[in-house]
Structure formats: C-alpha cells, structure tokens
Write a new protein. Structure first.
Ligand SMILES: [Zn+2]
Length: 316
C-alpha cells in the first residue's frame, strides 16, 4: 500500500497547541503539492519553491532570456486557469481551489518525453517558449514539480484543462535508428547503452552526483505511432520507479485519473490520437500522441504496462 498520508491542514489546531511557535515543519522531500496540501509519494520530489527547484509561477526569463522580438516584454505568464463548470468557477473565484473541486475536474495524466534530455534543459526550453508542465522527471528519477496541480499548465493543447502533465527527460524517438540525436546522446560500454550528456548540456544539471543513466532495457525499441515507425531507447529504471509511484499517488489524490490507458479491442494501448469525443470522455493515463497526431511522445519504448500495473499494485 502506498503511503500517501497528507500533511493535513485539519490537524493544524491540534498540532499548534502542543508545538512551540516557530517550530519548522519537517518534510521528507517526497511531497507533491495539490491545492496547497502536501502528499507523500515515497520518491524524491523537488518543489518549485525548494532550493534547486524550477518555478513556473515566475514570469521571468531566468534560464533562457526573452526570445528575439520579445525583449520589450521581459515577463510572461506561463500557465492559466482550468476551465470548469460555472458552479465550480464561482466557488474558485471566491475561495480558491479546494481538493474536492479539483477532483471533479482533473481526469487525465499526460505523459511526455521532453526531447531535451535533462529536466533543467526542459525547463529552459519551456520557459523560452512560454509553456509549462506540472512535473518534470529527470534521468536520475528526481521529480520536479513546477506548479501546484490546481493550475492549468500549458503542455498538451486541448487536454490542458482536465489534465496533469509530466515531461520525462529523454531525447526521444526518431524515424531512423542512426538519427544524429540518438548517436549524440547514447554511448555503449560492456553493460550496454548509457546516456552521455552532450557538451551543450549543463553537466551539473543532474541532482544525483555522478549519475550514469542507462535504459531500463538495453535493446533499442521500434514501434509504429500514427502509422509511422520510430526508434527509441528505453527510459531509465529510476524514471520508471518514480513515475509508477507518482501515477499511483495521482490516482489516489485525483481518483478520476484511472490506472489505465486508451486500448483497442485486443487490449493493446492505442498507437493513434483519440477522437475529440474519445479525448473528452477518457479518464486515466494518456501519452501526448493520444492528444494530437503531431506528437509521438512518450514513444514506442515507453513501458505502459510496467507503470500502470506497478501503480495498481501500490494502491491495492
Ligand atoms: Zn509532449
């Protein structure tokens, strides 16, 4: 059973009576923030206001500098407000988002790969493009949360309003197994392929010192998405472990995120975009490729069953 005890606000009075004023709250460093409430997920999380965090609330260009032509507008908001019913919108305008309201609105968890390779590089690119995502998952398994889940992050167009998004650090999938990006990001030794950060990537960006990222399964994967074949290395063991715990936690905190993906009649995860009606009604975990034919992430190597089955085992 996943330990998902929230740091409950309701216990504030009881705690405050017995606690000396100014006593710091002890955090484990595995908390995600949902409507201002912290939930343990059992794997490292760096929040946007933690040291070393990435803050999508900030309207500054801190990593990238304003894009050409935008120098006159140095600040830019990179997230918005979730669309909802008039009743919930009215409540939110008066008292802010409460968990119960968010639970009725959020029903999808969108998985991306970032085509940036590291979460720091991903945040830099999102910042430059005026975009955002709730979570980034680095190659060492560190989860960065950049916004509270009450916010509408800008990562998956028409799916933004009802979803939570994660960018998993990886250079991605390509039409050729010999693609320049794959060759420049992966090397091979006697243990198999591993990630070697190219020179233009900040070599100190990974939170775990001297971390060597290896695909969880060493073979290169290929698979057809939107009718076209793509090649990709697997995600790391550490990424799968962290993503599984996060997925389980999201299901418990936001129960409309079911622990399943869109499937065909044979039970295989769909390798095409959902229709508008399918996307509107689906509740669970989807890839960016399920949202639009223009995207192929999280790619053919992504092990859906490992994440979904692993998450089910954690909440059963
Ligand atoms: Zn994507």
């Amino acid at each position: 059973m996943l330990d998902l005890r929230p740091l409950l606000l309701t216990s504030l009075c009881v705690v405050s009576c017995a606690t000396p004023p100014g006593e710091p709250l002890v955090r484990r460093g595995d908390e995600i923030s949902v409507c201002g409430q912290l939930f343990h997920i059992g794997t490292p999380v760096v929040l946007w206001n933690d040291p070393g965090g990435f803050d999508a609330y900030s309207a500054k260009y801190r990593y990238s500098g304003p894009p050409p032509g935008d120098e006159e507008q140095p600040d830019k908001q990179r997230y918005g407000t979730r669309d909802t019913t008039a009743e919930i919108a009215n409540r939110v305008s008066q008292r802010g988002w409460e968990l119960e309201d968010l639970q009725s609105v959020v029903r999808q968890f969108v998985v991306h790969y970032d085509v940036c390779g590291t979460s720091k590089q991903c945040f830099k690119v999102l910042e430059a493009r005026g975009l955002s995502v709730h979570f980034m998952l680095d190659i060492d398994g560190t989860i960065y949360q950049t916004l509270d889940l009450k916010e509408r992050a800008w990562h998956a167009s028409q799916a933004n309003s009802a979803s939570v998004g994660i960018e998993v650090a990886q250079i991605g999938a390509y039409e050729q197994p010999t693609a320049v990006a794959l060759r420049s990001w992966y090397r091979e030794d006697e243990q198999g392929p591993y990630v070697r950060l190219p020179e233009h990537i900040d070599q100190t960006a990974i939170r775990t010192p001297d971390f060597v990222a290896r695909p969880a399964r060493s073979q290169m994967f290929d698979g057809v998405i939107h009718g076209k074949k793509y090649y990709q290395y697997d995600f790391t063991e550490e990424q799968y472990a962290a993503l599984t715990r996060l997925t389980a936690a999201l299901h418990r905190v936001l129960p409309r995120i079911a622990l399943d993906a869109p499937r065909d009649d044979e039970g295989a995860v769909l390798r095409r975009a959902l229709t508008d009606d399918e996307l509107k009604s689906f509740e669970g975990v989807i890839g960016h490729w399920h949202v639009t034919t223009r995207k192929t992430d999280p790619g053919p190597a992504f092990d859906w069953e490992r994440v979904l089955q692993g998450a089910r085992e954690l909440v059963d």
